[in-house]
Write a protein of this length. Structure first.
Length: 424
């Protein structure tokens, strides 16, 4: 997801010599890290790579470290004995592979940072749309929003919905590749993930992993049911596969909460969950969304597919609402059990409050469940994400059960969800 590019860019901006080791491309280099002496390791690397390494002016980059998990344990000695040398390690499906290693992680000496796919604001920035991004970022409930800005943002967001945020795919889009080529790039990325699954086949049948991933995409926006994964797949196998895909960060689980108070995670129901993928590009690759000389228009997509993509994009951008969370904020939803139907698409904790979020793939739709939920939980602020320009309404109405309820509804376009912390 662009980790290698980020480290290379960091070295360039910091003015440091990049010393790059790729353990998949050069597996023989692993043996150079068999000692606990970091200066000796650097000396061996200097010989192997034919470069002079000055700890005061270099950055050591250990790429594809999942292929050499034991090396992570050696990094404590770099931290303690060569603190002037910054060391960065990057890997794919890292937690997935490290589960096979028995060494103890050097706590306090290694900091982890998970990298998410690019969100809509980064996508706009990559396309040089800084002025539009500034307009989106500046909107607050007390202000008007330009109709021109809304039209432009909607157009760009529909394109983002087809491209996604995987850096290699975004780069192809920026380079002017035809949509069919962009779609092929998405499929190649998913194929690369599946190839990685094969490396860990001893822990789980990769056919089951594939079946679960396909089921995640097919059930976007709905409760994930283990029994629906496929014929011959036992429920405990489906659960294990879903947990592994979550560990690999290709899937994120959305947990059910009773939402009677904070924290939301205090009242989860383990048997209820939804699931989304890391990026909408995975959805298109697995569903085979058509693309030729042009992407299909948003309105031409089947309503069910628009709903799936809407749910996926909402989850991606809600995971960007807490930049301080290295693993991204937890996502929750609520569903009534038994009796009358009712569901709140997403619930987040923000500014010490429970914020229910209602999703609409278009510009209209009933909100009966939201009204009833606001009454039952005695909440006074909710968010609706749809295709309309942003607005604020103070609602005073009765639920279908005849209960009076009052609350403020902040309505934002889907392309603004990432900015909810500032908007609210």
């Amino acid at each position: 997801m662009g980790k290698t590019w980020l480290v290379r860019d960091l070295a360039a901006r910091a003015g440091r010599q990049l010393v790059e080791v790729n353990f998949e491309r050069d597996p023989a280099l692993k043996k150079l890290f068999s000692t606990n002496d970091p200066r000796r390791i650097l000396g061996e690397l200097s010989l192997a790579l034919s470069v002079d390494i000055n700890p005061d002016r270099s950055l050591l980059f250990l790429d594809e470290i999942q292929a050499a998990g034991d090396v992570l344990a050696r990094l404590r000695w770099f931290y303690e004995e060569l603190p002037q040398l910054p060391v960065a390690a990057a890997g794919s499906l890292l937690e997935f592979s490290l589960a096979d290693h028995s060494f103890s992680m050097p706590v306090g000496r290694i900091a982890f940072q998970h990298i998410e796919p690019m969100g809509f604001p980064e996508y706009l920035r990559a396309h040089g749309q800084e002025r539009l991004l500034s307009a989106i970022r500046a909107w607050r409930p007390s202000r008007d929003f330009s109709s021109t800005a809304h039209e432009q943002a909607t157009r760009w967001f529909h394109r983002f919905a087809m491209v996604g945020g995987m850096p290699a795919v975004v780069a192809a889009d920026i380079a002017g590749r035809e949509p069919r080529q962009v779609r092929e790039q998405q499929k190649e990325l998913v194929a690369a993930y599946r190839a990685d699954f094969a490396k860990y086949a001893g822990r789980m049948d990769r056919d089951i992993l594939n079946a679960v991933l396909n089921t995640v995409v097919a059930s976007l926006g709905r409760k994930f049911v283990y029994a629906h994964v496929g014929e011959g797949v036992k429920q405990h196998q489906a659960k294990r596969a879903l947990d592994l895909l979550t560990l690999a960060r290709l899937v994120h689980q959305v947990r059910h909460t009773a939402a009677n108070g904070l924290p939301l995670g205090a009242e989860v129901k383990a048997s209820f969950r939804k699931a989304v993928t890391a990026d909408v590009a995975v959805v298109h690759a697995l569903l085979g969304t058509p693309a030729a000389q042009a992407f299909p228009s948003w309105e031409s997509l089947p309503p069910s597919l628009r709903g799936q993509i809407t749910d996926q994009l909402a989850a991606q951008h809600l995971r960007l609402t807490d930049p301080g969370a290295g693993d991204g904020p937890e996502l929750y939803y609520w569903q009534r059990e038994g009796g009358r139907p009712g569901e709140i698409d997403y619930l987040i904790q923000l500014h010490g409050r429970i914020i229910p979020i209602e999703l609409k793939a278009g510009a209209a739709g009933a909100m009966k469940s939201l009204h009833q939920f606001m009454f039952e939980r005695r909440l006074d602020l909710a968010v609706r994400a749809d295709a309309n320009p942003p607005s604020v309404m103070d609602l005073d109405l009765k639920t279908t059960q005849g209960h009076a309820v009052r609350y403020r509804l902040v309505s934002v376009p889907l392309y603004m969800l990432w900015n909810l912390p500032d908007i609210l």
